[in-house]
Design a binder for this molecule. Structure first.
Ligand code: ADP
Length: 660
């Protein structure tokens, strides 16, 4: 009688089956005919209805990621070994484990089987029926159903998901059309058991023959899954998923994993070469590649975890891709998620490495994907530690830190706009160009503040597209004169930084292109005399009309006649330009034209306006003052018109010169 024929799996009563299960189908090409001894005392039992559904979902959804079955079985074996270790330490009446704990995989090309054996805790008959016939955790099925779509995606988390339901064992049926489990529990006096199923409806339990505690799972591979009887393929999968399972895994007798959890090894015992090797293992890096920074530490409370993180030497090409990479998450040395993005904030997405927690179970379950408290506790500790390590690097090796900053500074700055808790630490890590730094050299906010002249109260910055663009800006004039440095925020993201970082060490950050600045009276010897130019202000205001928000006298200019500034709280020219480049609908605000009251043009204009408020030149001069302010920023809205105005002016000036 075949187990497939069980009519109603849900509530069928147990039936005694004396006959043996059918042999491996022999119609498949090259399949060896295996003559098997009949099972003794075989009993057919239905799967719990949920199991059947889970099986269906797993098999149909994970088809693109079949190889994960091996990770699941290795995890189970590793768990069983952990339990055995624990029982031996804590209980007296258990059967001795034979030999060192380990996992042995054997492949049989001819018989088309993959066998994974462990000398772990094993299972009693009742445990087998319970563990491999029902689903312990309620809600697993619902969750699986809800996430069936995610499971189906090859890179979209399917691989990550499967381990999280407590249904890992059933993944065996993705690659096998028959699974035999031969097990014997460590419990004193436990009898060996055989469990067998084709994954459809029911399973058979019979008397086994195993002599020592442990479990052996024999997968009879499906025709289309014969690749899993190939040694290279299995070794590959072991390296990929179970390289650091803490028990040795052999494939046909050969050790195939490192079984050394580098992250759990005391820091002092791991040298740079080992780190480099592990780093390359994680990143698939080239020979000789080394991490720029290694952060290795362990925490016991409130959550236990070991972390080994690396800052790469170079930014990956996909640093700004939406699909971000994460860290490898292990629970008790078993990989649960290859790319866990819940362990680091997005702005630390360049980190590579491993987090391993004793406080997470492998079947970390469904809340994992939603809000998991343990994970978020790990995340916040990890963030703080990484920021601290970066700060230490900046102090101990500033050049190396600058290399880091050039590669990842842009990403780190995102943190300022998102992570309010760590804002101060992040601000400390920022580096900027400034008016007083040589081109290409950078300053920290700390250095800036330390170098501030006594009279300077605030931290000043100007935003723009490049050093060249801001360096010549008239906005800088008064600051340059007073010896106040001005930070150059010339990275597009800096516009967002200014919206998040308002102060540093109790000093406000102020845009020199926004609002009013008052640096106090210029007491230097070459200070120019200001005159009452109210007539000029009125004339220019009248001429420019609603081209500007306002016209006023400037406190920021020494040499230029005019400058455009944004009103406090307005977006500013640079921000508008960036939005335009990003094809975003324009936030646009008119700006204020400021006039230099000590500049000859403004003085003359004022004198003329006082004499004759209707003088025809007034409007042309006003336009020129507006245009030259734009020109100084490198932007001219209507170049042809500007050229025409210049020409008219030149004609006038040259006529006057000739007439003289
Ligand atoms: P999970 O491992 O997430 O609980 P599985 O479906 O993978 O879910 O396994 C169900 C249960 O079967 C396990 O919890 C464990 O008790 C038992 N089991 C599976 N494999 C082994 C094994 N190799 N040795 C002992 N027990 C096992």
């Amino acid at each position: 009688m075949s187990t497939e024929n069980t009519p109603d799996p849900t509530n069928a009563p147990e039936t005694d089956v004396i006959e043996a299960a059918p042999p491996v189908p022999s119609d498949a090409p090259e399949a060896a005919v295996v003559v098997e001894a009949p099972l003794t005392g075989a009993v057919d039992m239905p799967f719990q209805a949920e199991v059947q559904q889970v099986l269906g979902l797993v098999i149909n959804s994970l088809y693109a990621n079949k190889e994960v079955f091996l990770r699941e079985l290795c995890s189970n074996a590793s768990d069983a070994l952990d339990k055995a270790r624990f029982l031996q330490l804590t209980q007296k009446d258990v059967t001795e484990q034979v030999g060192e704990g380990g996992i042995a995989i054997t492949l049989d090309d001819k018989a088309r089987t993959l066998t994974i054996a462990d000398n772990g805790v094993g299972m009693t008959r009742d445990e087998v029926i319970q563990n491999l016939g029902t689903i312990a955790r309620s809600g697993s099925l619902e969750f699986l159903k809800l996430n069936a779509d995610a499971l189906r995606k090859k890179d979209g988390g399917g691989v990550q998901l499967i381990g999280q339901f407590g249904v890992g064992f059933y993944a065996a049926f993705m690659v096998a059309d028959r699974v035999d489990v031969r097990t014997r529990s460590m419990q004193a006096g436990a009898e060996p058991v055989i469990w067998r199923s084709t994954g459809s409806g029911s399973f058979t339990v019979a008397v086994g023959d195993r002599e020592t505690p442990g479990t052996e799972i024999v997968l009879h591979l499906k025709d289309e899954c014969l690749e899993f009887a190939k040694e290279w393929r299995i070794k590959d999968i072991i390296r990929k998923y179970s390289d650091f399972v803490q028990f040795p895994i052999t494939v046909d007798g050969e050790l195939s994993n490192r079984s050394k959890a580098l992250w759990a090894t005391p820091k002092a015992q791991v040298d740079a070469e080992q780190h480099a090797e592990f780093y390359r293992h994680l990143t698939g890096g080239d020979e000789g590649e080394t991490p720029l920074l290694t952060v290795h530490w362990s925490v016991d409370a409130p959550v236990q975890f070991n972390a080994l993180l690396y800052v790469p030497g170079k930014a990956p090409l996909d640093l700004f891709d939406r699909h971000r990479k994460g860290l490898r998450l292990y629970a008790k040395r078993v990989l649960i998620v290859e790319d866990c993005d819940k362990l680091t904030p997005a702005y630390l997405r360049f980190l590579r490495g491993v987090v391993d927690s004793e406080d997470l179970s492998l079947n970390v379950s469904r809340e994992m994907l939603q809000e998991n408290k343990t994970l978020s506790q790990i995340e916040s500790q990890l963030t703080r530690q990484v920021l601290k390590s970066l700060k230490e690097l900046s102090e101990s090796d500033p050049d190396k830190y600058l290399t880091f900053w050039r590669e990842f500074g842009k990403v780190l700055k995102e943190g300022l706009t998102l992570d309010w808790k760590n804002k101060d630490a992040l601000a400390d890590l920022c580096r900027f160009e400034s008016m007083q730094t040589e081109a290409g050299k950078l300053t920290s906010l700390k250095q800036y503040v330390t170098a501030m002249p006594e009279a300077q109260k605030d931290i000043y910055y100007v935003t723009g597209l490049s050093r060249r663009a801001v360096e010549q800006s008239p906005h800088l004039e008064a600051f340059r004169k007073r010896g106040y440095d001005v930070l150059f925020f010339i990275d597009p993201i800096d516009e967002w930084v200014t919206k998040a970082l308002f102060e540093y060490e109790k000093k406000q950050l102020k845009s020199i292109a926004h609002g009013e600045v008052d640096l106090g009276e210029d007491k230097s010897e070459d200070a120019k005399t200001e005159e009452d130019v109210t007539a000029a202000v009125a004339a220019v205001k009248k001429a420019l009309g609603d081209k500007v928000k306002d016209v006023r006298i400037s406190k920021r200019l020494t040499d230029s006649a005019s400058v455009l500034v944004a009103a406090e709280g307005d977006p500013g020219a640079n921000f508008e330009r960036i939005m335009k480049m990003m094809d975003k609908e324009g936030v646009s605000a008119k700006r204020i034209l400021e006039l230099n009251a000590s500049h000859p043009i403004v003085k003359n204009l004022s004198a003329l306006a006082t004499k004759d408020a209707e003088a025809p030149q007034l409007a042309a001069w006003a336009e020129m003052l507006f245009d030259q302010a734009l020109l100084a920023e490198g932007v001219v809205e209507d170049p042809a018109k500007l050229v025409k105005r210049f020409q008219d002016l030149l004609i006038e000036v040259s006529n006057a010169a000739v007439a003289r």
